[in-house]
Design a protein. Structure first.
Length: 195
């Protein structure tokens, strides 16, 4: 079982995270940002990751630091849990429909941090959540997970559906990528012999 606990404490946020990437999708998430809680609950359920997360952030400013720092913590946890890379499937992709929205995601746990955010979210807010923060979350994640991650919006007009589709799709992509290939359990998934 690949499981770890981490914490991150700054002048802007105090975060504790427990992550099991071989879980069942149960979660207990309290970030102080309702929309982010909703997205991470969906992420856990669709990825079958067990997540316990608590964040106390400077939400009286806005949600930026909370969203970014939670992304950093989640990415850091994945990086450490996948650091060996032996037997790792490495790649995952998924196309997910969410009503009128259609979102493609693809991930490579390559050891190289890159985010391609090809999304067109016309609304600036969903409730009190700034929609531009969705990209900030995944920037924090990719930089600290050291993965290559692509988002491509194929259709969609409703901002809630687009962002929700993105979180669900990437959860399913990551679920594929983190699986251990039992047939090649001692192999590093690269012709270079290292990642």
């Amino acid at each position: 079982m690949r499981h770890m606990q981490i914490s991150r404490n700054t002048n802007e946020t105090r975060i504790s995270l427990e992550l099991n990437i071989d879980g069942t999708g149960k979660s207990e998430i309290k970030t102080g940002c309702g929309f982010l809680d909703h997205m991470l609950t969906l992420f856990a359920a669709h990825g079958k990751f067990d997540i316990e997360l608590k964040c106390e952030g400077d939400t009286w400013v806005d949600y930026h630091h909370t969203v970014e720092d939670v992304g950093i913590c989640l990415g850091t946890a994945f990086f450490h849990l996948l650091s060996d890379k032996k037997g790792l499937t490495r790649y995952g992709s998924f196309i997910l429909p969410m009503d009128e929205a259609l979102i493609l995601t693809a991930i490579d746990f390559s050891g190289r941090a890159y985010l391609n955010w090809d999304m067109n979210i016309s609304a600036q807010k969903v409730g009190d959540f700034d929609t531009e923060l969705a990209e900030e979350f995944w920037l924090g994640f990719t930089r600290h997970a050291q993965c290559t991650l692509h988002f491509k919006q194929l259709a969609g007009t409703n901002a809630h559906h687009i962002i929700e589709g993105a979180f669900k799709s990437v959860a399913r992509s990551i679920r594929q990528a983190v699986k251990i290939d039992q047939e090649f359990i001692n192999d590093i998934p690269s012709t270079k012999g290292t990642l």
